[in-house]
Design a binder for this molecule. Structure first.
Ligand code: GLU
Length: 471
């Protein structure tokens, strides 16, 4: 059996978002599972909207997520070049072959003519397709029109009375009557090639065996199969994955919260969290734990790809982020936290601090609150902390100041305060936490207490003794 080869074929007209990076991930998982090849092709035929910096950015994004490709852009390979903008000669060659076989014809219909025809079809409840007006134009007439300088497109002559069938990896057997498709444009009047054509030619020439892509391409597939058959090129196996929708069922967009991979990275998400979330968006895994790409690929199965739209839910992404924060090793945790905590945590205490806050943060920035709560000389109090302090008796703080000593741990300290003040449970722990950290929630007190240290603890507790005596 030939090696399985999948691909990702982005158009570099913007930053990669959730939907398209999930497509890349599924293709990586499919290739990895079978020790096949994952290829990256750049579909930059839209010269005006394609940008070099987007090509750079998308590679950076894929690499950050660990979605490495073994062939294609920046890697090279047997089917180079891997940018469509550099493959013009190949497209010309296949187009010439189709022309020579009479499988392509020039179409001189104007945009207005086509528009009217579409409207008439729509009014009759028919699918919009080309009427075939120029399909039987005599060669001399076509030549005369060309000589007159009339703009024209090139249309592919769809084989008649044939149903185009294929077995979709996700959606099962598919059947499209060729009459419903009609002759479609493969070269525009400005000379540029249509997506259907270049995308199909490239998949064939690059040896792509499996095309897993968005459901929005489902209706393109019969056209591409017809083209490949006409050119006698190999037809890959296609699979169309469900779209990602927002909470209202509308396609996920920037406005409904879709983030670019770059934004995810800047927010501090871990690649493993993003991958675990994306992999489960439209694919069912029996495994509920955080998995690396190898484990995800072993568990990946086409038959677990859902046909229903996948709903994007940021809280699920955050759930995987929390799992990742729990799981990363200490060195990684420290590297991840360091830039956000510059100057806030003494070097010698950094590891202990990172350990203490690990369970209470999703992002490096979250740790700043706890760095301040532990190390700040001028502690600020949350509203809840203020209320908890007001509700507590001054005896408690007096007892706390008396109970403190240099080397005691939090349990011993709290026990002594409890004995001396008579406060217990929430009435004891809440005001102590509020006075010591300025918050009423947060990481385990024993660890924070150790980091706050005797001097700061005494200073913080003493303030409440004084203020409660003044009251
Ligand atoms: N450049 C196309 C896109 O970004 C590729 C579609 C495909 O995967 O075939 O939608």
């Amino acid at each position: 059996m030939p090696l399985l080869k999948t691909r990702f074929a982005p158009s570099p007209t913007g930053l990669i978002h959730f939907g398209n990076v999930r497509t890349a991930l599924f293709n990586v998982l499919l290739a990895k599972k079978t020790r096949g090849v994952f290829l990256l092709r750049i579909e930059d035929t839209d010269a005006e909207r394609s940008r070099e910096d987007y090509i750079e950015a998308l590679q950076q994004d894929l690499r950050w997520l660990g979605l490495d490709w073994q062939e294609g852009e920046s890697q090279g390979g047997p089917a180079a070049p891997y940018r469509q903008s550099q493959r013009g000669a190949l497209y010309e060659k296949y187009l010439a072959q189709l022309e020579a076989q009479g499988k392509v014809y020039p179409c001189f219909c104007t945009a207005l003519e086509l528009e009217v025809s579409r409207k008439v079809q729509a009014a009759a409840g028919k699918p919009p397709r080309y009427s075939g007006k120029c399909a039987h134009l005599k060669a001399e007439e076509a030549a005369r029109k060309k000589a007159d300088g009339l703009p024209y497109t090139l249309r592919f002559r769809m084989p008649k009375s044939e149903a185009l069938t294929f077995d979709d990896m996700v959606r099962g057997p598919q059947k499209f009557p060729s009459e419903d498709i009609g002759d479609f444009i493969i070269r525009r009047s400005d000379g540029s090639f249509a997506f259907f054509f270049v995308n199909a030619v490239d998949d064939a020439l690059m040896g792509v065996t499996h095309v897993l892509r968005g459901e929005d391409h489902l209706t393109n597939t019969p056209r591409q199969i017809a083209l490949l058959q006409a050119m006698e090129l190999p037809v890959p196996t296609y699979g169309h994955i469900s779209l990602i929708v927002d909470a209202h069922g509308a396609p996920l967009s920037k406005r409904s919260g879709s983030l670019s991979v770059q934004e995810l990275r800047e927010l501090g998400y871990f690649p493993i969290a993003v991958n675990n979330y994306l992999a489960r968006l439209g694919h069912h895994f029996a495994e509920t734990e955080l998995m690396d790409l190898d484990a995800l690929s072993r568990a990946f199965d086409n038959s677990h790809l859902g046909r229903a739209p996948a709903r994007y839910d940021r809280s699920q992404l955050d759930y995987w982020q929390a799992q990742a924060v729990q799981k990363i090793d200490e060195a990684q945790l420290i590297d991840w936290l360091a830039p956000a905590l510059k100057g806030m945590v003494p070097e010698a205490e950094f590891t202990a601090f990172a350990r203490a806050v690990r369970a209470n943060i999703l992002f490096p920035h979250d740790a700043r609150l706890w760095a301040e709560a532990v190390f700040s000389d001028a502690l600020s109090l949350s509203d809840d902390a203020r209320r908890a302090l007001e509700a507590a008796s001054s005896d408690l703080f007096r007892a706390a100041v008396d109970a403190l000593n240099q080397d005691m741990d939090f349990k011993a300290f709290a026990d002594r305060v409890k004995q001396a003040s008579g406060a217990a449970g929430k009435g004891l722990f809440l005001p102590l936490r509020a006075a010591l950290t300025g918050q009423t929630f947060g990481p385990e007190m024993p660890a924070l207490f150790r980091l706050i240290g005797f001097e700061r603890a005494r200073h913080r507790l003493t303030q409440h003794v004084l203020s409660s005596e003044i009251d």
